[in-house]
Design a protein around this ligand. Sequence first.
Ligand SMILES: [Zn+2]
Length: 327
Amino acid sequence: MEFRKIIRNGVEYRFDPLTGEQCRINPDRARRIKQSGDGVALSEIVARTRKTCPFCPERVKEETPVFPGEICPEGRMKLGETLIFPNLNPFGENNAVGVIARAHFLDLDEFSPGMLQDNLLACKDYILSVHRRDKEAVWPVWIWNYMPPSAGSIIHPHVQILLEREPLPFQAKLLQRSQEYSKRNRRNYWGKLLEQERKLGERFIYVNNSLSVLASFAPRGFNEIQFIFNERSSLIELGEPQIADFADCLIKAFRGYKKLGIGSFNLLSFSGPVDDRLDYYRLNAKLISRPYPGGIYTNDSGPFEKLCDTWVIDTLPEMVAEQLKPF
Ligand SMILES: [Zn+2]
């Protein structure tokens, strides 16, 4: 396994050890002049959107759709504060929304471990009930877009769940490369990655009974951290202890993000299929920060990301690890 990087013109070109994809890091870019507008107060946006929010408890039953009876006899799946219903504007198969909390807005340090555990457990139930009805739907994705700069259109905290017939192209690539690595080296890529990163220490952040947390060597997003589970290859294999450990890591990461001045993120799971346990793969997820919500901001995705599959980053993974370790 190689953590390959070259430096040209003060820019670090790094290559993902599994996919070979390139990112370019120049931490000095974080200090460049940004002629974006002054922020509109967050509290103003929160107060304004609360009045008509379709996910708030007083409107959610009137304004959101229900599942057919064979998926959920009650129409919407409920566990604790989580409420799951179909996405009115889907971007994939079996695309549901999972509201996380009754509160219209929660700051990054206001989520409780119980909220996230309930959400993950309910999403797992949703995936299982869809799969029972449709055996071809096997590829789950759990996505959390927090605040509008993340491409989330609704402020009220919610996740998206999909269960598709084929893996996303990037997911297929992860699986293919993991399988090739395993054949070539007679061991699991993810296990080896964790072993190497733990030994090096400079990007390794945290480990508990179920998963490890590290700053990705070649990130696709700012302040990117990666959650890698022990053994399990799919979301569906997570039992209550693993879900509690994952929720705990997320809560800690959000607190760290808040301390770094972050106000928006994307979180996405990279899961194997629900009907097979892959010995060459490990369930993992990535968390990246997005621009702070407010007024006219400088986006963190530009032409290289949108059109060239090249990730221009202004935070060094080693710095991310150092800043998040205390949490
Ligand atoms: Zn709301």
